[in-house]
Design a protein around this ligand. Structure first.
Ligand code: ACM
Length: 536
């Protein structure tokens, strides 16, 4: 009996101390700790047992990261032999799912199996998180044993769509930051970067056919100070846009990290900056429009003329040349209908097309754009207002005003992505507003975002399949700098990653909080200016 107790105690001690070393975020589907460790030495090779170039690319990323930290870069070699000792081996296994992987660590070898480069990349992310955290420092670290605790991991994501958004319209962020953001997306096994490129307050992408978008729409004369409608302005011109070469650079950078970049070109609302450059696409072409200088929702919207559709199709054609993404986001949210109500032209279309009212006209607008995007072999995403007046046949809905939009879309057999404001809006306060920098409002703690369950129980199992994933949104009215963005996004995006990746039954906030303590050190080493209040 005494022996048995000792054995049980020893096992408990082993498992709990072993588990402390398995601080992977997002939590994998299964982690089986084992005794012992694999030590990476200067003569450890990285062996790739497939000709798939994506696996070679991932193997080289591992070699580079180890090289930077250890001071000697492991060799990447090809071999068909299955178990090469003192190696980290990449093997292709077509039985695994597209994003799934296995990671087996023994004292002799690390073996990674996946069916695609994506799976291999996610295995790499887990492997890095099993190594000492110094692996995340860009500099060489001395005196470290580069050991990986023995274990067996089998992993795959819960949702196929795992997104993080960034609004670069209200405030503009340089390409260097966009790349850092993509690195952090990839670290958390998220796979979509939703790049919100156009706003009332600034258009941020070069379109060759319409040069005034860069010359005029990307600039505003000044910016409101403090809260919206404060009537105080800073008097400083503000602007910025990404050249097409920069966009290509970002898309390629993201692709190498298995992140898809979804461009968002807003229409028909949130378009005041477009009208500042091209007033002929508004309902009141004689009006002098200006790129917005305050936050909020504006009545100056695009007018559904043939010339406007031609403009949008030309813009989207250039956008689709730059972005290989299957998904193209067209906004569709918060389009006040006042100008359409007052426009004789709009009222005539409503009558001619039998649209009923201005909501029908919005639906007509979106349907035309959906048809165009679909004709190019892509899929249109819109915010949930695109449900108003009837959903276009191929549209995917991003449910932001709660979950109703996603539920309605799924019931109509449309795919939906859940981004409800109350849970996954990272412009909300994360702690007591009295102690926090200015934010738009709301209150979304780390625990609250962690608690979010994206698949609504009111849907049938068949309808639930249309909930393809979840995304957190980052609106930047009150985030003037990239440091500020990092502060608002992390660690809440770490919690999001577990909502998106980890099976519901495995989620546990107190265990996540423990793992977050280790993960916080990684964020520190990656020079992320994250919110630290949760560590108290
Ligand atoms: C949104 O937050 N207006 C989509």
């Amino acid at each position: 009996m005494k022996k048995l107790l000792t054995l049980i105690c020893a096992c408990v001690v082993f498992v709990s101390s072993a588990q402390n070393q398995y601080n992977i975020i997002p939590l994998p589907q299964t982690v089986t700790p084992q005794k012992g460790q694999f030590v990476i030495k200067s003569n450890t090779n990285i062996v790739v047992s497939t000709n798939d170039p994506a696996f070679k690319q991932v193997a080289s990323m591992l070699a580079d990261q180890l090289g930077a930290a250890m001071g000697t870069t492991p060799k990447v070699v090809s071999s068909n032999s299955k178990a090469v000792s003192n190696s980290i081996q990449f093997v292709k296994n077509d039985q695994l799912t597209e994003e799934g992987y296995t990671l087996n660590v023994s004292s002799k070898q690390v073996s990674i199996a996946a069916s695609t480069g994506k799976g291999a990349f996610y295995a790499l992310q887990s492997l890095l998180q099993l190594l000492p955290n110094q692996i995340f420092s860009k500099e060489k670290s001395t005196g470290i044993t580069w050991s990986v605790p023995n274990c067996s991991i089998a992993d795959a994501p819960r949702y196929s769509y795992r997104g993080l958004h960034l609004d670069v319209g209200r405030h503009f962020f340089p390409v260097s930051f966009i790349k850092k953001y993509i690195d952090l997306i990839a670290l958390h096994k998220l796979n979509n970067f939703h790049w919100h490129l156009t706003e009332d307050q600034g258009w941020r992408i070069e379109i060759k056919r319409y040069p005034k978008l860069a010359e005029i729409a990307s600039k505003r004369s000044q910016t409101v100070v403090g809260r919206a409608y404060s009537k105080k302005f800073d008097g400083k011109p503000y602007g910025g846009y990404y050249t097409q070469d920069e966009v290509k650079e970002v898309v390629a950078y993201a692709k190498a990290r298995f992140v898809n970049v979804i461009p968002e070109i807003e229409m028909p609302g949130h378009s005041q900056a477009v009208l500042a450059a091209y007033p002929e696409f508004g309902c009141n072409p004689d009006k002098i429009y200006q790129t917005a200088t305050d936050w909020g929702v504006y009545e100056d919207v695009l007018c559904p003329r043939e010339e406007t559709f031609q403009f949008l199709e030309n813009v989207l054609t250039e956008v689709m040349e730059l972005f290989p993404s299957e998904y193209i986001h067209i906004g569709g949210d918060e389009c006040p209908k006042k100008q359409w109500k007052e426009s004789r032209f709009c009222q005539e279309i409503i009558k001619r097309e039998n649209l009923g009212d201005e909501h029908g006209l919005q639906s007509y607008f979106i349907r035309r754009i959906d048809k165009f995007i679909t004709s190019k072999g892509r899929k249109m995403i819109g915010w949930d207002e695109i449900l108003e007046g009837g959903l276009s046949p191929n549209a995917i809905v991003m449910s932001w005003r709660g979950t109703e939009g996603g539920i309605a879309a799924a019931k109509e057999n449309h795919d939906a992505i859940m981004t409800p404001g109350g849970y996954v809006y990272l412009d909300h306060y994360q702690a007591d507003p009295k102690t926090e920098p200015l934010a738009i409002g709301g209150f979304t703690t780390l625990e609250k975002i962690y608690s979010y369950e994206p698949t609504p129980t009111e849907l049938s199992p068949e309808q639930q399949k249309h909930i393809i994933g979840v995304q957190a949104n980052v609106w930047t009215e009150y985030m003037q700098t990239s440091d500020y963005v990092e502060y608002m996004v992390f660690p809440r995006a770490s919690a999001l990653s577990e909502v998106a990746w980890t099976k519901k039954e495995l989620k546990d906030y107190s265990k996540f909080s423990e793992r977050m303590k280790v993960h916080a050190d990684r964020l520190e080493k990656l020079h992320v200016n994250f919110f630290k209040g949760f560590l108290k």
